[in-house]
Write a protein that binds this ligand. Structure first.
Ligand code: MOS
Length: 674
């Protein structure tokens, strides 16, 4: 299906958070800390308050009294402590954006700075084992004897990979417009991946009952995780509106987004693998070192993919976390799986070379019969089919095993492979279906369409279930006054909302007038199984022997993600994820500023992402996977698996082209030429 909102988007009529027309709106501009650690001793707002149009200055000098149980990152201006550079310490509200920005420049903030530490190191004395890693997994697992497995192996690798901090950079910045009604109800137009959760978080922050808050977010220009939890833009708009007695608009600049909307933690990952003479794994050890901020703990599940991927008699996975004077890391497309699979799948390529076995075959011989860590059966698992299909399409059997042999003029050409995986979960959701006066069907669910095509796929799901044409179904989403729904995140939006939509449609068919559904019980009684999507990523790269420039001449992803509900939407998700994986492999890197704290490279002139010219050939295909143990649609999530494994496939291809193994991302020309 074409996207239902495609026309309004390309004609500029789709309304994003900062664009809602609101009478008498004022503007708020933040003031951010210039130190990474210490205390604010004084905020002098005198000059700012005297400037034209200024309505109010919010700051730590006058804490707004947000509730103590609010998320520490949302309890704005509640403490004089500075825990990272770029933290909000004040904000100015004025009649126009330019007045607010000019006055924000005039707010004088004095600090008592302390020494800061913003650098993740594998030998950092502050490293500790967190109680759990996201999303509530054991930090460490151990099965069998890794040392014995390594000692008995015919081939081993012991390698360390590093990945830098990364930022999501959705096209639409984090923005919000807040309006307090006469009766005290708060309306927030926010840019969010879930209006129900956003409403709850805002209500909690202000100490309001949830029904006193409404969040509307009809169109969202990308999120990738950065809008999965409530961000300060929403709270700031509401605080500013309360202070000014007028509706207030906040739109973060691209540079502010680098400080205030989360990022993917940098990682240091040590992999030790052993294989016998036939390539069968004898041991897998994956230790991930990641960082968090001081305000709240965020422990990314970087080292978990080995728990899912390969059969081995000995498996150890571990996470170590350190709290630094940095902003708290957050969700970024396939958090955990993406950097974790980069390291595991790069190490598998190194092991294949050490063992003298083809990298596709190495993965196939280590295919497990049940989930390696838990022992649970898979609901379905088609990794081997994906690998074989990709190898066929990529003419893998004609590949020269040794690196550095294919040359076309100045260009060295190589190919690489990596596996991909992502969990297939679902959460409880509600939905309602009614019949309107034209006899059409209206589906209501507080789902979020963050550019994925959620509106369209839910239309198709409802139309299929009702046995009518899609143009007779109208989906309403993006509003917390609609039936409660979980976040568009974790690649489980469609599975979660779609289950509720199917049940609501079934109820309507049974009863005629209206169908309502709440899948809480259904989801709770889901059988315990290993549910994951799998895929195989293949890359061909050309590396200039003169400049070190790397061009990805072909990317192929073969995915097994249950039933694909709509080919056009799915292809977009897959190639989008793969393109983002290419950025991770070759370009994306937020530099940490040791000297002053915070991040260097805070805009798209310096933080590079692939442009169209960088992606000449991206193909995403899938195999038909029948899995009746997932949800009524038989689908697995597809939002995140596309990014998983892409960076490893490209890095492995760079090695095949050049013989050079770059173990820290991104793989830039400078690292090729050294
Ligand atoms: Mo995705 S990082 O779960 O929005």
């Amino acid at each position: 299906m074409n996207r239902i909102e495609g026309r309004v988007k390309v004609t500029g009529l789709a309304t994003y958070a900062a664009e809602y027309p609101v009478e008498d709106v004022a503007y708020c501009y933040p003031v951010q800390s210039t130190i990474a650690r210490g205390r604010v001793t004084r905020v002098d707002a005198g000059a700012a308050l005297a400037m034209p149009g200024v309505l109010a200055v919010l700051s730590v000098d006058d804490p707004p009294g947000l509730t103590g149980d609010a998320d520490a990152e949302l309890a704005l201006f509640g403490s004089r402590d500075v825990v990272y550079r770029g933290q909000l310490v004040a904000a100015v509200v004025a009649g126009t954006y330019d007045e607010a920005r000019a006055a924000a420049d005039a707010v004088r903030v004095d600090y008592e700075p302390q020494a800061h530490d913003v650098r993740l190191r594998a030998d950092h004395p502050g490293l500790y084992r967190p109680e759990v890693v996201n999303p509530n997994l054991a930090p460490d697992t151990e099965k069998g004897d890794v040392e014995a497995g390594l000692a008995a192996a015919a081939a081993t690798v012991d390698v360390t990979y590093t990945t830098p901090p990364l930022h999501n950079n959705p096209m639409e910045p984090h923005a919000a417009v807040a309006l307090w009604a006469e009766d005290g109800r708060l309306l927030v137009y926010d840019s969010t991946q879930g209006t129900s959760g956003d409403r709850d978080a805002i209500a909690k922050t202000f100490g309001l009952p949830p029904e006193q808050v409404r969040v509307v977010s009809r169109h969202v220009g990308g999120g990738f995780g950065s809008k999965g939890t409530t961000r300060p833009n929403a709270v700031l708009a509401a605080l500013a509106a309360r202070a000014a007695g007028r509706p207030v608009k906040v739109a973060f600049t691209r540079q502010q987004m680098f400080d205030l909307t989360g990022y993917r933690t940098p990682t240091i990952q040590r992999l030790r693998l052993g294989a016998d003479a036939d390539g069968r794994l004898t041991a897998v050890e994956h230790v991930g070192y990641v960082q968090s901020g001081r305000l709240v703990e965020f422990a990314e599940q970087t080292a978990t993919p080995g728990r899912v991927m390969y059969a081995t008699p000995a498996l150890r996975t571990a996470h170590r976390l350190v709290r630094l004077d940095v902003a708290t890391p957050s969700w970024m497309r396939a958090p955990g799986e993406c950097p974790g699979m980069y390291a595991l799948e790069s190490a598998m390529d190194e092991l294949a070379e050490a063992a003298g076995i083809d990298p596709v075959e190495l993965r196939i011989v280590n295919e497990p019969t049940s989930e390696p860590d838990s022992g649970l059966p898979f609901s379905s698992r088609s990794l081997v089919t994906c690998l074989r299909e990709g190898a066929r399409r990529f003419d893998w059997d004609r590949r020269e095993p040794a690196p550095g042999l294919r040359r076309e003029g100045e260009w060295l050409v190589g190919t690489g492979v990596a596996a991909s995986t992502y969990p297939a979960r679902r959460w409880a959701s509600r939905a309602t279906v009614t019949v309107d006066e034209d006899g059409d069907f209206v589906v209501q669910v507080a789902a979020a369409d963050i550019g994925t095509g959620a509106r369209t796929v839910l239309t198709r799901i409802a139309a299929d279930c009702l046995g009518v044409a899609p143009d007779r179904v109208h989906v309403e989403l993006g509003d917390s006054d609609l039936p409660d729904a979980p976040v568009a995140g974790g690649s489980m939006g469609t599975a979660s909302w779609g289950s509720a939509v199917v049940r609501a449609c079934e109820a309507l068919r049974a009863d005629g007038g209206q169908g309502t559904a709440d899948t809480t019980e259904e989801v709770r009684s889901d059988e315990e199984l290993a549910r994951h999507a799998f895929g195989a990523q293949f890359a061909e790269v050309r590396v200039s022997s003169v400049t070190g420039e790397i061009r990805v001449s072909r990317l192929l992803g073969v995915f097994a993600a249950g039933r694909i509900l709509d080919a056009k939407l799915a292809r977009s998700q897959f190639i989008g994820g793969m393109t983002m994986g290419m950025g991770m492999a070759l370009m994306e890197e937020t530099l940490t500023d040791d000297e002053f704290g915070g991040f260097l490279r805070r805009d798209l002139a310096q933080y590079h992402v692939p442009a169209c010219a960088d992606v000449p050939a991206v193909e995403a295909v899938w195999i038909d996977e029948q899995d009746g143990l997932l949800n009524p649609m038989g689908s697995k999530g597809i939002g995140e698996i596309g990014i998983v494994g892409t960076a490893a496939a490209i890095g492995n291809a760079v090695h095949h082209a050049t013989g050079r193994r770059v173990r820290d991302l991104p793989i830039t020309p400078a690292k090729i030429l050294v």
